[in-house]
Design a protein around this ligand. Sequence first.
Ligand code: BTN
Length: 268
Amino acid sequence: MDEREPFDGLKGYLSPERAGAVLCLSETGSTNDVLRGLASEGAPAGQIVLADRQTAGRGRVGRSFLSPAGRGIYMSALFRPSEPVEDLPELTAWAAAGLCGAVEKACGVRPGIKWINDLTLGGRKICGVLTELAMKEDGGVDYVIVGAGVNVLGRREDFPPELCEIAGTIESETGKRCDRALLAAEMIRAFDALAVAFPAKRAEYLALYRQSCVTIGQRVRVLSGETVREGEALDVDGRFGLVVRLDGGAVETVTSGEVSVRGLYGYV
Ligand code: BTN
């Protein structure tokens, strides 16, 4: 057992003031849940919860997010935006664009984005983003939590059988053993930049998102509830929706539901 602080060195990459709003845990259920507790007690925007291991990490659409010790970064950031609720789901895509920059700065490699919330390297998922929103009793937005899980270290074979064909780590896909503390610090800087940029710098984040989006031009399968349709992803629209030409010719913008992209291993 490594007795050092998890993310030893992180404080050295941040100002003392910024480091003061980072709660670093060896283990927790889900960093999003810990942050929700702090937010409901009044924690200010910018509060970060970071864990070395999660025992109940969550992904989108009810999936779990594998979060083993010593391998990844499991981080949640608190936002208290004043924009209307219908603008806020975009934050997931903004965060994905910002996190690509964080990985590039810390590890020297720029991931792609699989619409809408997955960062990929070599076609494999290395990071997922989960945005959760809390409302006030008067119907306004109380706060938003953006959680990101990055697979940093480890081999493809370390993933369980159901993931080992589709998931990767920065190490498995590039051979680089990235400094987790530095990457965590860059992720915090990316979240801070996002808080300042949202929503005025939409054009900038959209351009970054489109440059990195590996889904554009791919065959995709659009899953909405029980319905499955196939087509080609044409573009990302001005609100980060995926524009798809469905087989049969109709063009539709997908804003929710799930999209899987055809790759080496079928639709993932
Ligand atoms: C996904 O891939 O669908 C999203 C995964 C999000 C995982 C992160 S890890 C930090 C935060 N805490 C959680 O329980 N989930 C998010």
